[in-house]
Write a protein that binds this ligand. Sequence first.
Ligand code: GLA
Length: 390
Amino acid sequence: MTDMRDELRSLFSAITGRDADGVWSAPGRVNLIGEHTDYNEGFVLPFAIDRRTLVAAGLRDDSLIRVASTFSDDVVELPLPDLAEAQRDGHLQGWAAYPLGVAWALGEAGADLSAVRGVDLVIDSNVPVGAGLSSSAAIESSVGVALAELWNLELDRPALALVGQRAENEAVGAPTGIMDQSASLLGRPDAAVFLDCRSLETAIVPLGLAEAGLTILVIDTGVKHEHSTGGYRERRASCEAGAAAMGVSSLRDLSVEDLDLARTMLDDVTFRRVRHVVTENQRVLDTVQALRSAGPQAIGDLLDASHRSMRDDFEISVPELDLAVETAQQNGAVGARMTGGGFGGAAIALVAEDAVSRIQVAMDGAFAEHGFDTPDTFVVRPSEGAKREP
Ligand code: GLA
């Protein structure tokens, strides 16, 4: 991290000819449990990971916002007062739509973009892209905390999460929920963020992984997904149709006991989508309770059940994710599931610390046997949310 910060400061100077005013960072996230529940006003339990996006930022003497990054040669610039029009006309494109979208959404949240000073942003990241670990929320959250501080905006973390979500929904065009930005902004070391996506109330739930001799392994299958298109949007629409057919404003209002009635009122596919969300909400509540009363060793069955529900009812898994989960389970994982929006990306496994290398070897072997590309398997640690770097 120190190296990344120093390198980024040097890059900022090389690009702008002056020193940055500061470096801010925000992490990617792993969702422990609670998938496709956020936009149904339900419960989620993600944690921030030790992979971060860094942004070096410096105020300018004019009104331009200028963004550069280590992952593209493009430097994109725009007068801040023109952002609203550019957003309306769909001119925020590519990776720059994330940081520019955040500046735009800050304007919508009350920042006066015709009065604030222009800013240079240079971004670097070690959150893998396309792995379902929220590299996009990490950009949004790091840029959000940087601009909020530089522009002296009175926005707390939950408000910044909404700003990031708005950038994602309206500038990038992905109809996602509030989970990823919340995890990236509110995460704490060794803990998960329990979020009620209706009230936006949060509680920090200690995970106690080290005390239990456990760790979380991410298995990035390398299968790429995109949430602005296809399956994610379709699942969201099914959930909304299911809620409407059941006469509730969101699936949050249904409990496991309502499923018998739902079965008689919904077509088979919609029923299974609804059953996933309703049972997943209950699994999140059960996981929080199990963590508090018995620790991480007690949540394995809930993780496994969550995966089955996504595979069979919500149908968002892919063969590579199923193989990763099965391989972890067969090699002694406490529990395993795909994480994130699905249709690719990563699975997680809760495993004993001393089983990590054995499971990595087993994973490579199983993927080779099935003719799949070797996955990227690595440990993640629950880490601190967005912050200004020293
Ligand atoms: C993506 C979205 C989140 C959430 C998950 C599924 O990560 O960004 O808002 O909906 O998918 O749980």
